[in-house]
Design a protein around this ligand. Structure first.
Ligand SMILES: Nc1ncnc2c1ncn2[C@@H]1O[C@H](COP(=O)(O)OP(=O)(O)OP(=O)(O)O)[C@@H](O)[C@H]1O
Length: 510
């Protein structure tokens, strides 16, 4: 690493109306390092990085890159200076090929030559060099989330970068894809590239970083070398207190069956079988987990249960009533809450306010409406209460939810669904984007719901989350439930083997 900082950010300020996203933030990054950024939801990580990559303009302060003061008006200008960012939400055109996406509107010299063979060859070369497995002629919409992310990373490499910024890249990845991404970061650093890695997952940050910066309230408040810290200390720096991962729970036995699923089958959007004869039940007062490497039918199972995907055969019974194949609105009205995997598609309407999002499914119900009129006072009060209880960082309840940081959007979805007092709660990826302090709170809330007699089905790729709050864990593999494990008598590696489809284990309960 060189002595002079490769990137220096000095005293940057950025406001969005009354919200201070960057409060005089300063940061130094060395060439060839992997520098992680941690911080609570809304601490200002994404906004800071968006300013470095030309997406957002700072109000004040200076960015010095390779010794020169820079001010970008667009991401394209930043890319010209060899700075690229992969965002939380991919920016690829779904019905175009990888190669077409790369030359689209970028003004690349290769586009002027218009030599697609050359573009394809360059993609293949980079794909081979960094083991990215990206085919230039693949259509984006046919690719899995992990593949699309590798396409995004290769896109930035394609245009040539020295600084790569990755904003929560592992939030949507399987453990195997995460391992692969972390080793890619190491390879890039070996090639002299510099990587900024934003994540809420402390174990990943500890594994891959050279240095770690911790942000709070729009500033970097600590920067530490990875060898001089540990996950517990990082958590304390972020949240300002110790974070408990072991949560107390009442020993009450579960009650009657609230949801039962009998031999459910359904196909994925591609038409291929995704859920193959799944049977399960969830009782009042218990949390049943579904573990599995993503892509094993969990997405389709949750969409089919909530009416968002047609069921081919089998039955779903909620509180004794057959809800199989009902439309989502009717399922929602049957005391069924859903915290979806993809909040943008199924959880929120980004352009609508927090208040409107809070009552999405209940805009015509008491106390939010009476005699065909919205009770704006009641809706506002209810939303303010959720904002306060879940510490959702926002200007006020009238702000569009799309302007909130990712983790704060997720907190509103969780708050809304729990506030509906449902009998059954379906959760697919509770933690998505939520910081560890808020995660502790959200898990406590889930346990309170359980202790109040709710039945909860928690689909997750985060094993720690499943072990922390589930009473039983089912393992899903290739669209089937392979077995059930008691979390208090199962080791992580046993669960991992079952998730890989290995069923001949002693821990497997009948
Ligand atoms: N376009 C915008 N309009 C208004 N406020 C915004 C906008 N973009 C960001 N903010 C606000 O700036 C603050 C910092 O947001 P940022 O996305 O940087 O947080 P973060 O640290 O990345 O959080 P998370 O961990 O949840 O992703 C938040 O309070 C957010 O609501």
């Amino acid at each position: 690493m060189s002595q002079k900082p490769f990137l220096r950010v000095e005293n940057i300020r950025k406001r969005f109306g009354p919200i201070v996203a960057s409060d005089g933030v300063s940061l130094e990054i060395e060439q060839g390092e992997i520098h992680s950024l941690l911080g609570e939801n809304g601490a200002g990580k994404s906004v800071l990085m968006s300013m470095i990559c030309g997406m957002v303009r700072p109000d004040e302060g200076e960015i010095v890159f390779k010794g020169q003061s820079v001010r970008f008006n667009s991401p394209r200008e930043a890319i010209r200076q060899r700075i690229g960012m992969v965002h939380q939400h991919f920016m690829l055109v779904p019905n175009l090929t990888v190669a077409e996406n790369y030359i689209l509107g970028q003004g690349s010299p290769l586009r002027v030559i218009n030599d697609m063979d050359e573009v394809h060859a360059k993609i293949r070369e980079l794909s081979d060099r960094y083991a990215l497995d990206v085919r230039p002629d693949a259509i984006i919409e046919d690719l899995s989330v992990g593949e699309q992310q590798r396409v995004e990373i290769l896109k930035v490499l394609f245009h040539g970068i020295d600084l790569l910024i990755l904003d929560e890249p592992t939030a949507v990845l399987t453990p195997q894809e995460t391992d692969r991404l972390l080793s890619l970061m190491g390879d890039l650093a070996k090639d002299g590239k510099t990587v900024v890695f934003i994540s809420h997952k402390l174990d990943e940050v500890m594994r891959v970083s050279n240095r770690i910066g911790v942000m709070r309230d729009g500033r970097v408040v600590h920067t530490v070398n990875v060898g001089e810290t540990n996950a517990r200390e990082l958590a304390r720096m972020m949240v300002g207190r110790d974070v408990r991962m072991e949560l107390p729970r009442s020993p009450e036995p579960p009650g009657h069956i609230v949801l039962s699923v009998d031999k459910l089958t359904c196909r994925a959007e591609t038409g291929l079988p995704a859920v193959r004869g799944v049977s399960l039940y969830v009782r009042a007062g218990e949390i049943v987990g579904i573990a599995g490497v993503s892509g094993n039918g969990q997405t389709e199972l949750s969409l089919a249960l909530s009416g968002l995907l047609p069921v081919d055969s089998g039955r779903v019974i909620l509180n004794g009533k057959d809800i199989t194949g009902l439309d989502p609105a009717r399922i929602n009205a049957s005391s069924f809450s859903h915290i979806p995997e993809d909040r943008h598609k199924h959880g929120i309407v980004a352009s609508m306010s927090l208040s409107e999002n809070t009552i999405l499914q209940r805009y015509d119900q008491k106390p939010f409406a009476s005699r065909g009129m919205l009770n704006r006072g009641v809706i506002g009060e209810h939303t303010r209460d959720l904002i306060k209880r879940f510490r959702i960082k926002s200007r006020d309840e009238d702000q569009p939810i799309g302007a909130l940081s990712g983790g704060n959007q997720q907190k509103l979805v969780v708050a809304r669904e729990l506030a509906r007092n449902p009998d059954f709660i379906l959760v697919n990826q509770l933690a998505r984007g939520i910081d560890i302090g808020a995660m502790e709170f959200v898990m406590e809330e889930m346990l309170k719901q359980r202790d109040n007699g709710r039945a909860i089905l928690l689909i997750s790729t985060e094993l720690e989350e499943l072990f922390a709050i589930c009473d039983r864990i089912l393992v899903m593999f290739h669209g089937e439930i392979l077995g059930e494990l008691p979390p208090d008598r199962t080791r992580l590696d046993e669960l991992g083997l079952l998730m890989a489809g290995q069923t001949n284990q002693p821990a497997l309960a009948s």
